[in-house]
Design a protein around this ligand. Structure first.
Ligand SMILES: Cc1cc2nc3c(=O)[nH]c(=O)nc-3n(C[C@H](O)[C@H](O)[C@H](O)COP(=O)(O)OP(=O)(O)OC[C@H]3O[C@@H](n4cnc5c(N)ncnc54)[C@H](O)[C@@H]3O)c2cc1C
Length: 422
């Protein structure tokens, strides 16, 4: 195990790696650019995969409920609200709940979700979560790595460790600083998102969403809805939020004027997301007026009752390398690969990276092998998510082209015998 590690980015990937390393005796410092101690989720849901569950089973000492397990996926098609029950199940929660559970385990941060954080285990490393520190540089030294950062008031600082983990998301600075080879692209569609308290909708709508995650397929647009807990960690029926994501085409062509969409109510133009509460009312109302006549009842009610929607350009990014500076700098989570969110696999990917690195640190796997598996898995999910998104939102030509690329990728993998388990 490395003796000391600096993690850049204190969101889900950073905290998963932080808790893992701490539990194995490593001293960990997380540097997070956001200055707030307790952070709010975007009030949108996330999905748990097997690696996240395995991680929490091994390293979570809070005893808190982390997700709503085993929610069945229902499909709706146009006006047919009960088109198919799939039998596919998902474990669902909110970013805020998972973040609070991980913080309680990492540095004992109390919150409404985890009022009494657990004590450290014997042998745990020393942990620091430093908010308001934006990492600006990274250099290899004779016996480790040094990162330079700026504090909230622009003051400069630096910190040294054996290893640096870049867990700094889609717009990763570490990825840029190490010149990682990558592709990053706008998908040509956006996701509108929002939440409504289940107690604020009609009894019929509450019943429709109460125990199902629903995917509603419409003409070249689709909606995903499911229930999530509040950041306080309450999973009790009646107290929760119905969370919706609505994918809509918006190719980057002059007529669509993306700048207009991304300019908020204060006149500020965002690069990617116009946050909740800042979307200009006329933009949202114009979108609703255009689309609402096509939308089935329960979904239309959710949109009409959402006070503070937000909108994000759906981008993806893929790096073909995960280790840099002789293995002293690693990229994990969304910094390595950001997927279009159709399969909701971002958190699962972050936990996979962490459990895989555990094998490296225990001497069961070479770092190069970990990197190969991480990049291979990322490429597969990145391609698959593109096929799904394009199939549901764009034309046949684009879909067939991407589906063909995906088949070629799978065939090449099959031929080389590399067929990892997901
Ligand atoms: C506040 C927040 C709320 C979110 N809510 C949701 C949600 O509701 N649903 C959902 O599906 N996904 C959500 N996400 C995204 C989700 O966490 C990721 O898609 C996924 O879990 C992988 O996480 P990640 O840690 O790799 O990347 P991210 O979650 O994007 O985290 C990257 C972190 O790095 C920090 N960072 C970036 N650059 C620097 C720098 N130079 N120095 C220091 N720190 C830096 C960022 O502030 C951020 O905290 C949210 C992310 C954040 C940050």
């Amino acid at each position: 195990m490395p003796k000391s590690v600096i993690i850049v980015g204190g969101s889900i990937a950073g905290l998963l790696h932080g808790v893992y390393l701490k539990r194995h005796g490593t001293d960990v410092t997380i540097l997070e650019q956001d200055p707030h101690a307790i952070r709010s989720s975007h009030n949108a849901g996330i999905c748990f995969g097997p690696s996240v569950q395995e991680f929490l089973r091994l390293y979570d000492d809070t005893g808190s409920q982390s997700c709503q397990p085993g929610v069945v996926i229902r499909l709706a098609y146009r006006q047919n609200l009960y088109w198919r029950e799939t039998g596919i199940v998902r474990h669902l929660t909110s970013w805020g709940v998972l973040y609070r559970i991980l913080r309680a385990n990492f540095d004992g941060l109390p919150s409404e979700a985890v009022a009494a954080p657990p004590a450290a285990r014997p042998g745990d490393g020393v942990c620091k979560y430093l908010s308001g520190k934006k990492v600006m540089s990274v250099h290899k030294t004779l016996d480790g790595v040094v990162v330079g950062f700026l504090g909230e008031c622009g003051e400069e600082g630096s910190s040294a460790a054996d290893l640096v983990i870049g867990a700094d998301g889609l717009h990763s600075s570490i990825r840029t600083l190490v010149n990682a080879p990558m592709v990053k692209e706008y998908s040509g569609y956006v996701s509108w998102r929002g939440t409504v308290y289940e107690s604020d909708v009609s009894p019929e709508t509450a019943r429709y969403f109460q125990d199902r995650a629903v995917l509603s397929f419409l003409k070249r647009t689709y909606i995903v809805c499911y229930i999530i807990p509040l950041d306080t960690g309450s999973f009790s029926p009646g107290t929760r939020l119905i969370n919706w994501v609505w994918y809509c085409n918006l190719p980057d062509i002059p007529e669509n004027n993306l700048t207009e969409l991304l300019t908020d109510s204060n006149g500020h133009t965002h690069t990617n997301t116009v946050p909740s509460g800042l979307v200009r009312s006329e933009v949202w109302q114009a979108h609703l007026a255009h689309m609402l006549p096509l939308i089935p009842g329960p979904f239309a009610e959710l949109f009409a009752k959402t006070d503070r929607p937000f909108v994000t350009m759906v981008n993806d990014a893929l790096c073909s390398k995960a280790t840099f500076l002789d293995g002293r700098v690693l990229l994990v989570g969304d910094a390595l690969a950001t997927f279009r969110p159709h399969f909701a696999l971002a958190t699962e990917q972050a936990a996979r990276h962490c459990l895989g690195l555990g094998k490296v640190w225990r001497g069961e796997m070479a770092l190069q092998q970990w990197e190969k598996e991480a990049v291979d898995h990322a490429t597969e999910v990145w391609l698959r998510s593109r096929v799904m998104g394009v199939g549901l939102l764009r034309g046949w030509v684009e879909f067939l082209l991407l589906a063909w690329k995906y088949v070629v990728f799978l065939f090449a993998r099959f031929k080389t015998g590399v067929w990892p388990r997901y």
